[in-house]
Design a protein around this ligand. Structure first.
Ligand SMILES: NC(=O)c1ccc[n+]([C@@H]2O[C@H](COP(=O)([O-])OP(=O)(O)OC[C@H]3O[C@@H](n4cnc5c(N)ncnc54)[C@H](O)[C@@H]3O)[C@@H](O)[C@H]2O)c1
Length: 312
């Protein structure tokens, strides 16, 4: 048996796949962009095929050929930019293709990436951590599609008795992140490159979780036969951009980070207070400290530039 990963050559997938292989699993990855240099060295433990999640024949054909008993779908459009028809094909039809193929083939466990974006703005909940059972307030394309994916998963669970689990990552961070929320990444990587950077609001709030941590979350959930719940929030470090800047300056005292305004960004920051006790209790995940992760990102940029690492 192997694991079938859709959208596995992206930011999160290139961490998930080598970790699965390190645990002795065999992986078949289907992606519309099959080029992932990071799989070099994994030998015949990883097969990458080109396929389009919006095409049911691609999904079921490759899933069947993989003989997978576990499937994870990471393919998506991380933004609000696509025209409605294209976004629906990728985010909604693509996800349904994955669920339906898994149903037909009798896949044991299907996992997919939802998002903190299902919750919409923090102001709907007040100053408290949002749980998986809270009402979903998403109004934009990305968050609404994720909310519909969760509904669709529940429909398959209820009507077909499948095991499908959603993981809601918060703001995933890492030096190579280029899609989705990137201000909390650029505030670290640009100063590490010696570049100045400015943001509209110092009090804009984010909930970063390092990409290595979310990869571990996905793997623990995927490798469990029957998780107790259908939805898990990753949680992360609730922090303002101003406070990230303070951490960056601890390591890079000359960092040129500026803000146009000190306040006014909180209300439109999305959801940043997130309860992840369900995930922590069931899967025993422990994240490394955010400060440590900031230093890791700085040092990854420095390594790219041929500079010596900064000591923590
Ligand atoms: N990165 C984050 O901060 C974050 C936060 C919350 C949720 N998520 C979710 O996690 C998942 C993975 O995110 P990521 O950051 O790795 O994104 P990514 O954009 O780096 O990776 C997505 C992958 O999907 C592939 N893909 C796109 N269209 C496809 C298609 N039609 N058929 C097959 N493959 C296709 C892309 O080539 C890419 O490799 C997504 O569902 C995303 O919404 C990410």
């Amino acid at each position: 048996m192997s694991i079938f990963v859709i959208g596995g050559t992206g930011f999160i997938g290139i961490r998930v796949i080598p970790s699965l292989v390190a645990r002795g699993e065999t992986v078949v990855c289907m992606d519309i962009n099959p080029n992932a240099p990071s799989f070099a060295g994994l030998g015949d433990k990883v097969t990458v095929v080109r396929g389009d999640v919006t095409q049911f024949d691609d999904v079921i054909g490759n899933m069947e050929a993989s003989k997978a008993d576990r499937v994870i779908n990471l393919s998506y459009n991380l933004g609000q930019d696509l025209p409605p028809h294209r976004a629906t094909k990728l985010n909604i039809i693509g996800m349904d293709n994955c669920f339906e193929a898994a149903r037909i083939l009798g896949v044991k466990h299907t996992v997919f990436a939802s998002s903190l974006a299902v919750n919409g703005q923090q102001s709907h909940y007040g100053e408290r951590a949002v749980t998986e059972d809270d009402y979903k307030h998403a109004v934009v394309q990305y968050g609404s599609h994720k909310a519909f994916n969760e509904f669709q998963a529940k429909d398959y669970i209820d009507k077909h008795g499948m095991t499908i689990t959603a993981v809601r990552p918060a703001n995933v961070t890492g030096p190579d992140k280029v899609r989705g929320s990137v201000d909390h990444v650029n505030i670290i990587t640009r100063p590490a490159r010696g570049e100045a950077i400015s943001f509209p609001f110092a009090d804009a709030m984010r909930c970063p979780i390092h990409v290595d941590d979310i990869a571990e979350v996905f793997i623990r959930v995927l490798m469990t036969d029957k998780p107790a719940h259908a939805v898990y929030s990753s949680g992360g470090q609730a922090i303002s951009l101003a406070d990230i800047a303070v951490i960056v300056r601890e390591f890079l005292p000359d960092a040129k980070i500026s803000f146009e305004k000190q306040s006014g960004g909180r209300a439109s920051s999305g959801n940043w207070m997130i309860d992840n006790s369900r995930l922590v209790q069931e899967f025993g995940v422990q994240y490394r400290s955010y400060r440590e992760r900031v230093l890791q990102i700085i040092n990854e940029v420095r390594a790219e530039l041929g500079q010596a690492p900064i000591k923590g």
